[in-house]
Design a protein around this ligand. Structure first.
Ligand SMILES: *Cc1c(COP(=O)(O)O)cnc(C)c1O
Length: 374
């Protein structure tokens, strides 16, 4: 249980509506014994493929492993440069680093808070092998444009879709127009397992075959070990949970959009900015960001919301180029001014499909009260 009156997550509210069907299936699975991969995992992979419009789907243990295995399957290795953005969750850049590749950071944009594709084009060198775009906070990057930039230079485009299931870029759902897309279904995400889970989606059948091999020790048959692999499978139990929730995720995303619209309306006129850009279907509001004018105001607003028992949170307080884990890359403060400004000036208001009207009123009142505009 959280100490806050209004929590940022409330995972358990999704469960009661599913329990009538889900619990007997879990019991059948426990008595069946095929806990790792097996029919339940295959069924979720098929359902998720249909949701996306037909790519290969490879279920893995987490979003981080999805990135790691997708890049590995594409042959990214020691010394390769992989361009990505400085404001994202750590795992986006951890994955290439684990393969010995070098993350090359670029800044984000001031309006939509997403990777600046002009800077991506400028950062491509003879050693660049891949670009990872991140549909951050639930808002889709322009995948068509990213794809043009990459194909013009003969490099592979990857999508980190961990925060953006169901979001659209143009006419397509994200995760369908790149070499491979990586998904997380960890409990905080818009589609959540009851534990760790992730997936790779790709229309490339060679990449899919390699990823399938890699997730299962790199072993094509028992006791045959051709390549170095991983132990990273999607558990059947998690697949059952995900299969039950997948048909509802578009409705949940609609509920998130309605909450975001309400925030934008009720907080209009305050000295706050929001994540802008994209069409109506391009944002699934994994997080709702508000941007203040300074670190001082952000920190004071955060403290005020906490004092009102509202679980606001900062995502992400330190951009990746300034994280100790990447200090050997030699970046300095001031190099990515927009990512650094967002880290200092933004916070996330609670957003989840089950947030009630009265909770939203309470949050908006607390924010307006902070600015002296009740
Ligand atoms: C959550 C997340 C990941 C990692 O997913 P896990 O399932 O937690 O390993 C990667 N990238 C982004 C942008 C995320 O939000």
């Amino acid at each position: 249980m959280s100490a806050y009156k209004i929590t940022k997550y409330n995972y358990v509210t999704q469960f009661p509506a599913l329990s009538d069907q889900l619990l007997p299936e879990i019991e059948r699975l426990l008595l069946d014994g095929r806990y790792v991969l097996g029919p339940a995992t295959e069924e979720f992979e098929r359902a998720f493929s249909a949701f996306l419009g037909g790519p290969n789907v490879i279920g893995v243990n987490s979003g981080t492993d999805a990135l790691l295995i997708a890049l590995d399957a594409a042959g990214i290795s020691r010394g390769d440069e992989v361009i990505t953005v400085a404001n994202t969750f750590y795992a986006t850049a951890l994955a290439p680093s684990r393969l010995g590749a070098v993350p090359v950071f670029v800044d984000c944009r001031d309006d939509d808070f997403l990777i600046d594709l002009d800077q991506v084009a400028a950062a491509i060198s003879t050693r660049t092998r891949a670009v990872i775009i991140v549909h951050l906070f639930g808002l889709a990057v322009d995948v068509g444009r990213a794809s043009q930039i990459c194909s013009a230079s003969g490099i592979a485009l990857f999508e980190d879709c961990a925060q953006a299931i169901g979001a659209r870029s143009g006419d397509h759902r994200v995760g369908t127009q790149s070499a491979a897309a990586c998904w997380s279904f960890s409990p905080a995400k818009n589609l959540a397992a009851a534990g760790d889970a992730g997936a790779i989606s790709t229309f490339g059948s060679k990449l899919a075959d390699k990823a399938r091999l890699l997730r299962h020790f790199g072993q094509p048959a028992q006791n045959q070990h051709d390549i170095l692999g991983y132990n990273s499978r999607l558990d059947a139990l998690q697949a059952l949970v995900l299969s039950h929730k997948l048909p509802i995720v578009d409705d949940w995303n609609r509920a998130r959009r309605a909450i975001a619209e309400r925030y934008r309306t009720d907080l209009a006129g305050l000295p706050l900015r929001f994540q802008e850009g994209g069409g109506p279907d391009s944002h699934v509001y994994h997080l709702f960001q508000v941007r203040t004018e300074s670190r001082r105001v952000r920190d004071a607003l955060l403290a005020h919301l906490h004092s009102r028992s509202i679980d606001a949170v900062v995502r992400y307080p330190v951009p990746l180029h300034l994280q100790p884990a990447f200090s050997t890359l030699g970046y300095r403060p001031g190099q990515f001014p927009i990512a650094e400004a967002l880290a200092a000036q933004t916070l996330c208001l609670p957003i989840r499909p089950d947030l009630t009207d009265s909770e939203m009123c309470y949050i908006c009142e607390a924010v307006r009260e902070f600015f002296g505009m009740p």
